[in-house]
Design a protein around this ligand. Structure first.
Ligand code: URP
Ligand code: ZN
Ligand code: ZN
Length: 467
């Protein structure tokens, strides 16, 4: 027997348009949209009706960059797939793409199996995987083809973290060539890790040990240099490129130049680079450690270039790079030595609200909000139109969003498994009210009604942006 749900009376916002329409959901998929009060909409009957009068009806968010339970610096990111996807749902995100990791000496397949074992049966919302390649060799290059056809169609390579994740230029070029032929998308963490390690050593020798030096040694020009380099490598390989967590205005300039030349080069930034700055890294009493992530937060002057890039489509996606570590017991591994602070920040629950605040503040339009947070990540990573929009046939991943509600972000009220909020005390306008994942309420009028195991692994196709 089929199940029908109606979402009545809201303003439906997609990346393409805004329509005063009712939405009919049948068996977890969007069946139809029709104008409020139209004969078609009035004739619909359903098992349950959600009143969205005065609210936005938007696609569930697609967060294309998370790290649940990621091992880093001798510890693990504090959100499990269970806690992290529950928090994502609270924040209006209905799909995450997390990073499985190939260990050195291991295969891509082993890394993927490990991440499936962590996630399968645990998630509140749907999930997919990218693959981090830490050991590019003949065998892992061959394996890339099998991953692409199995729905893991993107690969992250690092020019940073020597001895851990860093690939040399030859390895990056080879992976790009392979992606150029199998349709995969190469993602890069672009910072010059070898040069950064020299600056780290010199800073520590001078006695510069506080969290703020993390931002100084990870110099903006070393992000720009690596961004330029991976762009050129992708040009030589004839493969598209997606640069993750762009924070420096000089790196944005490299992307703009490449795109002006017509290259298939794409960029992602994150809320922390749009809303926070080196002022946070400089907070006293080791509080700055809460904001240690890589690429690092930059001086506030860099934010204008990021907002401009998002408006001009030189940056296409805002993801969170959610990788939380508790202030007590994890971040403090780096007390007295900033280079030992686990890199990463929480944010999976905050992204949709912060970007709505950007609409309120006039940085972006409502449709651009949906584009950069839902539609573009879905298209970029082969999930569209199953995810990222509201159209007949799409999964009924829908958020009823109250644009007038006021909230104050705080660790006391958030659902992420981490003992601080990077946005503690920040007042924002707008709040998630109800969240459907494939038609099933996960958040119902601000009550959690989901459960671990509802979320399914979603095999992805090829990215549409790049092909
Ligand atoms: O600091 C960060 N970004 N931690 C997560 C790993 C990464 O490089 O994305
Ligand atoms: Zn990274
Ligand atoms: Zn990351």
């Amino acid at each position: 027997m089929s199940t029908r749900t109606l979402v009545r009376g809201g303003l439906v916002i997609t990346a393409a348009e805004e329509t005063h329409a009712d939405v009919l959901i049948e068996d977890g998929r969007i069946a139809a949209l029709a104008a409020h009060g139209s004969a078609a909409a009035d004739a619909w009957t359903a098992d349950s009706t959600i009143d969205a009068t005065g609210k936005y009806v938007i696609p569930g968010g697609v967060d294309a960059h998370t790290h649940m339970e990621m091992p880093f610096g001798g510890t693990f990111a504090s959100d499990t797939f269970e806690t992290g996807t529950r928090a994502a749902a609270w924040g209006g995100t209905t799909t995450i793409i997390d990073f499985a990791i190939q260990s050195k000496g291991g295969s891509l397949g082993e890394g993927l199996d490990t991440w499936h074992a962590k996630a399968d049966g645990k998630c509140a919302i749907d999930y997919a995987f990218h693959m981090i390649m830490s050991d590019v060799n003949e065998s892992s290059l061959k394996e890339m083809d099998r991953l692409v056809s199995g729905g893991v169609s993107s690969f992250k390579l690092f020019t940073a973290y020597p001895g851990v994740f860093l690939s040399d230029d030859g390895q990056i070029l080879r992976a790009m060539q392979r992606a150029g032929s199998n349709g995969g998308l190469i993602m890069t963490h672009a910072e010059n890790g070898l040069a950064i390690d020299v600056l780290v050593e010199q800073a520590l020798a001078r006695g510069e040990r506080d969290p703020r030096y993390h931002g100084e040694v990870r110099h903006a020009l070393l992000e720009a240099e690596a961004t330029h380099r991976v762009i050129k490598l992708s040009q030589v390989a004839g493969a598209p490129l997606y640069v993750v967590h762009v924070s420096a205005q000089q790196a944005v300039a490299e992307l703009v130049r490449a795109r002006d030349e017509g290259l298939p080069v794409y960029g992602e930034t994150c809320p922390q680079y749009l809303f926070l700055s080196t002022d946070n890294l400089a907070e006293p009493d080791f509080e700055g450690a809460k904001y240690v992530c890589s690429t690092p937060l930059r001086p506030a002057e860099h934010q204008a270039a990021l907002w401009r890039g998002l408006r001009s489509n030189d940056l296409q996606v805002v993801s969170t790079d959610h990788c939380p570590f508790c202030f007590k017991g994890q971040k403090d591994l780096g007390k007295g030595d900033f280079s030992k602070i686990p890199n990463g920040m929480p944010g999976v629950e905050n992204r949709m609200d912060l970007l709505h605040q950007a609409v309120v503040d006039g940085h972006i339009s409502r449709r651009r909000w949906i584009e950069i947070a839902c539609a573009a990540p879905a298209r970029m990573f082969g999930l569209y139109p199953q995810k990222g929009t509201i159209t007949p046939g799409a999964d009924a991943d829908i958020v009823v969003y109250d644009p007038a509600a006021e909230q104050v972000m705080s660790a006391a009220t958030h659902h992420m498994n981490v003992d601080y909020s990077a946005y503690e005390g920040k007042r924002v306008t707008g709040r998630v009210e109800t969240v459907l994942s494939r038609g099933v309420p996960v958040i119902d009028s601000r009550e959690y009604t989901g459960h671990a195991g509802h979320g399914a692994f979603v095999p992805r196709g090829l990215g549409e942006y790049a092909h």
